[in-house]
Design a protein. Structure first.
Length: 186
């Protein structure tokens, strides 16, 4: 074996090690995005479980606000059924707006605002919203890191070869939806 052959084999070995290392980094980033999304899913599940209790509590005091209550229920169902991050993000924007309407309705009912059950539910929702905000921030950070790796040269070559794709940020399109629902009635 000549020196040229050894150099060529060394270059090929280094390139292969680099490609394997980059592939493993891409896998790591993709898994971090999945993990971050599961954190959002956990918070959303808690939110979905709380909403029927909240609707029932409001229904007892504000039975004639049927449209608002039905809208919250409809958007909750749509959010729960959304399967992709894109669909979930769209559905969550609608649900957040509907929850805002529900709390606006509650403002008109002093007995409801004074109800211990309602206050406990709104406090629980506030805590869930805080957790959800943190989960969204973490998710978007992992998506940023993943997307940087997938789109940057030379890692984009390996990413393209093995079908790695960018992930979608959890952003709310409508500026009014960017605000957390106001759950403070004190």
């Amino acid at each position: 074996m000549g020196i040229t052959t050894i150099v060529i084999l060394a270059v090929v070995a280094i390139a292969a090690l680099w490609a394997v290392s980059l592939y493993n980094r891409l896998i790591n980033r993709r898994n971090l995005v999945k993990e971050a999304w599961s954190g959002i899913d956990v918070s959303l599940k808690k939110r979905y479980d709380l909403i029927p209790n909240l609707v029932e509590t409001v229904k007892g005091y504000a039975a004639h606000e049927k449209n608002t209550l039905e809208e919250v229920t409809r958007y909750r169902t749509a959010s729960m059924q959304a399967s992709t991050p894109h669909d979930k993000i769209q559905a969550e924007g609608n649900l957040t707006r509907a929850l805002g309407s529900l709390f606006a309705v509650a403002e008109n009912y002093p007995d409801l605002k004074a109800s211990t059950n309602f206050v406990e539910l709104q406090n629980e929702l506030s805590a869930i919203e805080n957790n959800l905000e943190s989960a969204r921030r973490y998710y978007n950070g992992t998506v940023r890191e993943n997307n940087n790796l997938v789109e940057s040269f030379p890692s984009n070559i390996i990413a393209g070869m093995f079908g790695f794709r960018t992930s979608e940020f959890f952003e709310i399109d409508n500026a009014a939806h960017r605000e957390r629902p106001d759950v403070s009635f004190q």
